[in-house]
Design a protein. Structure first.
Length: 212
């Protein structure tokens, strides 16, 4: 089911920063770049986002099967497609030096038994010829589930949620997650990475909700 091409046949023009679908082509000074209005007005801490498709039926079922039903082979499939998308969209300089998953809190990791983002991050790093590191970023606060909060509450909820094991020294960090919703979690994580010295942060997400 996960390999049915009809599931994935969804080429969309997306904001290069946050992967939100764009209605119109936009151009900024210099090279051609496409950004949504929100990213022009208030750029997030991350520099770029690659997303495979929108989070909606029937693809949302794949993400839920990976997250809640331990269909771990789906992580490999998301990774394969993300690696192809990266080779398509990023030049050599755009490739990350290190790939990290969005970490779960310790409580949630114990409850679920695995981090679905790591199930994507590890095979993705292998395909990109870089390394994956599950120990660099730690979740220090057990945040409330984001889906229950409005946009502003989401930002506050994740504001100081992460800690790093070591400084980053100008590295380009690839951050992997299964689903991107408001982007608040990824923004908070990118802010933490940049504060620790990351030169650039690129998100790799399997599915993107089309609206907040
Ligand atoms: Zn955007």
């Amino acid at each position: 089911m996960c390999c049915d091409a009809a599931y994935w046949n969804e080429p969309r023009l997306r904001c290069t920063v946050c992967a939100m679908p764009l209605a119109h082509r936009r151009r900024a000074a210099g090279r051609a770049r496409y950004r949504c209005e929100a990213c022009f007005d208030a750029p997030p801490a991350f520099d770029a986002t690659l997303a495979l498709a929108d989070y909606r039926a029937p693809l949302d079922l794949l993400a839920r099967n990976l997250k809640f039903r331990a269909r771990l082979a789906l992580g490999e499939e998301f990774a394969r497609r993300l690696a192809l998308a990266a080779q398509d969209a990023l030049d050599t300089e755009g490739m990350p030096d290190i790939v990290v998953p969005v970490p779960l809190s310790r409580e949630r990791l114990v409850e679920r038994g695995y981090n679905q983002a790591w199930q994507i991050a590890r095979p993705l790093a292998r395909r990109l010829g870089t390394r994956a590191d599950a120990t660099l970023v730690r979740r220090i606060v057990h945040t409330a589930p984001q889906s229950k909060l409005d946009r502003e509450a989401r930002r506050r909820n994740v504001g100081r949620a992460f800690a790093l094991a070591r400084p980053l020294d100008g590295q380009h960090v690839g951050v992997v997650d299964d689903v991107m919703t408001s982007g608040a979690t990824l923004d908070a994580l990118a802010r933490t990475l940049k504060t620790a010295g990351a030169r650039r942060v690129t998100n790799f997400v399997a599915l993107r909700t089309p609206k907040d």
